[in-house]
Design a protein around this ligand. Structure first.
Ligand code: NAD
Length: 474
């Protein structure tokens, strides 16, 4: 497989010679390469985004919506190709990749419709011959940076929010997983999105972000990734007075109260925890389980984790693939060994699997002390921490202890507990008694170190609009 850049409506290898390697995480072997942009290519992309913006902005929302819906149709045609590219380069099981690819047209269609509803308002004036209008208009060309863990989903969300608002976009998609982003962008091209409106680049991330964020053409920055990089890009954007949407890391608490069926909750928790090998910003990581159901919960959770078939995501029956890169295996293993050294019990896992590819066993740690790094750093891998709590107050205190505040979960049969959790949790998202996050119509985002702004929902679209006030006397 090999990927290309898409600049000003043209697929190109770029003007330089630098290339990145594409690896299959299930084997660790190189399967292709990706061209890296040079500064001259970025200059062309910026000029294209400026030109494309003026064309796209001038089209009516209905026309834009029709083109976006057509792109969604092409995504359904390319569904299997996108899914296979995800698994081949990112590693997740093909069934999960198919779900991710199937969501792309859903995000596109929802935004295509919502973009038609970017209403302004008429504000009653103080004089009868004055009209006051608050208009919502597209903010301008956008620079977006998306990560490798959901290599279609994270790219499509940024593109369709921008397009729905009437903006053009330059996306730096992940170098590790470029092929599915290429498939996705082809859908916009085939649907007739005008030249320069969607541009796709790969390269050295820091070079690209510094160049794009500083450019006077770019009016908005959107980033999904780690807290340190988010902090850095946020500072760069602030320096150039560009608004940001930052969707950063998480360390999600998962409260289990004393009145639930612990085996049933453990079954649901295992499916959620080990999805995408835990490389999910909203992955539940700190299970805070009431003392009365703790032992049964840990036993059932361990049994479920041990039953997960780990292997090449292309193989039938595989429920968890490899981690996406060798550096993730090293990072996760270091956190787990540190926890064990600090006194945590490794109930299952805690080791690599096989001698090729980036496989790691689903891991459950119990009774992990706060001194362990994993209690404070985002694990971003197939590891769950299960700790005992004796009250809801104690669970909430631990849930709110960290500066991360993205997703949070709770399973309870108490209405009072559910209300308190919804009210007192410090997190951008609270999901109770199910796993209901990430659909196109709902906001997705965090507080504090987990970033700011929302992707998805009407809030996601808002982030790509600006307000213009017009007042006129007859
Ligand atoms: P990383 O911090 O090196 O990179 C994260 C992402 O940011 C990558 O896609 C990378 O290409 C991009 N990036 C890095 N430096 C950049 C720069 N200067 N300008 C623009 N983009 C830049 O981490 P990693 O090893 O790739 O991933 C592991 C960590 O990333 C995890 O611990 C997790 O916190 C975070 N992460 C979060 C999400 C999320 O959905 N919020 C997704 C993927 C990774």
């Amino acid at each position: 497989m090999s990927a290309s850049l898409f600049i000003d409506g043209v697929w190109t290898e770029g003007s330089g010679k630098r290339r990145g390697k594409i690896l299959n995480p299930a084997t660790g072997q190189q399967t292709g390469e990706v061209p890296f942009v040079e500064e001259a290519d970025l200059d062309r992309a910026l000029a294209a985004a400026q030109k494309g913006f003026l064309v796209w902005k001038a089209m009516s929302p209905v026309e834009r919506s029709k083109i976006m819906r057509k792109a969604a149709g092409h995504m359904r045609e390319r569904h299997e190709a996108m899914a296979r590219a995800i698994t081949a380069e990112q590693g997740k099981p093909i069934a999960e990749a198919r779900i991710e690819a199937a969501l792309a047209p859903e995000h596109t269609e929802w935004n295509a419709e919502e973009g038609r509803r970017a209403y302004g308002r008429l504000i009653p004036a103080r004089a009868s011959d004055v009209t006051q209008i608050s208009l919502r208009e597209p903010i301008g060309p956008v620079a977006a940076f998306s990560p490798w863990n959901f290599p279609v989903n994270q790219v499509v969300r940024k593109i369709v929010s921008a397009l729905a608002a009437g903006c053009s976009i330059i996306v730096k998609a992940p170098e590790e997983t470029p092929s599915c982003a290429v498939e996705l962008v082809k859908c916009f091209e085939e649907a007739g999105v005008p030249e320069g409106v969607v541009n796709l680049v790969f390269g050295v991330p820091a070079e690209i972000s510094e160049k794009l964020i500083a450019s006077p053409i770019i009016q908005k920055v959107s980033f999904t990734g780690s807290v340190p990089v988010g902090r850095h890009l946020g500072a760069l954007a602030a320096q150039h007075l560009k608004p940001t949407t930052l969707e950063l890391g998480g360390h999600a608490p998962f409260i289990v109260t004393e009145d639930v069926d612990p085996e049933a909750v453990a079954g649901a928790a295992a499916a959620s925890k080990f999805r995408n090998a835990g490389q999910v910003c909203i992955s539940p990581t700190r299970f805070l389980v009431h003392d009365k159901v703790f032992d049964r919960f840990v036993d059932a959770f361990t049994e479920k984790a041990e039953a997960i078939k780990v292997g090449d995501g292309m193989e039938d029956g595989v429920k968890m693939g490899p981690l996406a890169q060798a550096r993730r295996v090293e990072g996760v293993d270091a956190l787990i060994q540190d926890a064990a050294a600090n006194g945590a019990e490794i109930r299952t896992g805690g080791r690599r699997i096989g001698n090729q590819g980036f496989f790691y066993a689903p891991t459950i740690l119990a009774n992990v002390p706060l001194s362990a790094r994993i209690m404070n750093e985002e694990p971003f891998g197939p590891v769950a921490i299960v700790n005992r709590v004796s009250s809801l107050d104690e669970a909430l205190d631990e849930a709110r202890r960290l500066p991360f505040a993205l997703a949070s979960y709770a399973f309870t049969n108490s209405l009072n507990a559910a209300d308190r959790i919804a009210d007192e949790m410090e997190a951008g998202m609270v999901t109770i008694n199910h796993f209901g996050l990430g659909v196109p119509e709902t906001p997705f985002g965090g507080f504090k170190d987990s970033g700011h702004g929302s992707e998805g929902g009407t809030e996601g679209l808002e982030a790509y609009l600006r307000t213009k006030f017009v007042t006129r006397r007859r």
